[in-house]
Design a protein around this ligand. Structure first.
Ligand code: MN
Length: 262
């Protein structure tokens, strides 16, 4: 039997489980709002074309509008100015082999619960590697914060009365460490791969600046990371092939070995 047929057989037998890491694209999902002087990403909007009615008796379909960076979505290198000259830096030109990769799930859910401004640093990553094994090249590094369990209206964006967002993220040294390891990219459950307060840091928005500048990717607004092992899952994250696109909403799924079955 071929390894590919083995894969689908194991999925059918549920010895490989398929887990959805995606939020539903809905008008209830919050959009990132920038200060008013900047352009704004469009929130998801759906308009019914027909639903078995006088507009089309036998068929149902919708039109929708959505920004490239809304909901569970992918950041391409060209999303940031530092990545604007990267080879294959837009979603339509990225090599499709990069859309499948093993995942390292760094669990900081407890820390993020206690401190929404939690900063992922090299020390934390190295302690994780000591416990679970080294982060290899061409793998995703994903911060588990359990942020997806938060209330969209109340504390998902977590903006305070001064307009500052309090969400976790990596510092500059952590991103430099991961780039040296040649990872695929950095993923998170929050609306921003960078910490909410990171635009006030001396080196601003290190994940966007450095990851995208190094030709690497981002994944935001993931969910169900608490259902993945620290190591051993495979992530399929394939953005829409938007011409010259800087990112895209997408369906992210994870394959996880189920040791109880098969
Ligand atoms: Mn984005």
């Amino acid at each position: 039997m071929s390894i590919l047929l083995d894969l689908v057989t194991n999925i059918k037998k549920q010895s490989i489980e398929v887990i959805d890491l995606t939020h539903t694209l809905s008008e209830n999902f919050p959009a990132l709002v920038l200060p008013s002087e900047f352009g704004q990403v469009a929130a998801f909007k759906k308009e019914e074309v027909s639903r078995y009615d006088e507009r089309g008796a036998a068929w149902y379909w919708n039109n929708f509008t959505v920004g490239e960076h809304f909901g569970t979505h992918f950041d391409a290198p060209a999303h940031w100015i530092t990545g604007k000259n990267c080879k294959n830096g837009t979603v339509d030109t990225i090599g499709v082999e990069n859309f499948i990769g093993a995942a390292n799930i760094i669990d900081a859910s407890k820390e993020c619960q206690e401190n929404p401004d939690f900063v992922l640093d090299v020390e934390f990553i190295k302690a994780w590697e000591k416990k679970h094994g080294e982060i290899e090249a061409k793998t995703w590094v994903i911060l588990r914060s359990d942020w997806y369990k938060k209330d969209f209206e109340k504390d998902f964006i977590n903006i305070d009365e001064n307009g500052l967002c309090h969400t976790p993220g990596p510092n500059k040294e952590a991103i430099e460490y991961l780039i040296k390891k040649d990872v695929l990219g950095y993923g998170c459950e929050t609306i921003n791969t960078d910490a909410g307060l990171s635009f006030t840091w001396e080196f601003q928005l290190p994940c966007h600046n450095l990851m995208q500048g190094a030709g690497k990717y981002g994944l935001q607004c993931l969910r169900n990371l608490d259902k993945l092992p620290a190591k051993g899952s495979v992530i399929i994250a394939s953005p829409l092939k938007i011409e010259d696109g800087s990112g895209s909403p997408l369906r992210v799924i994870a394959l996880v070995e189920n040791t109880n079955k098969g």
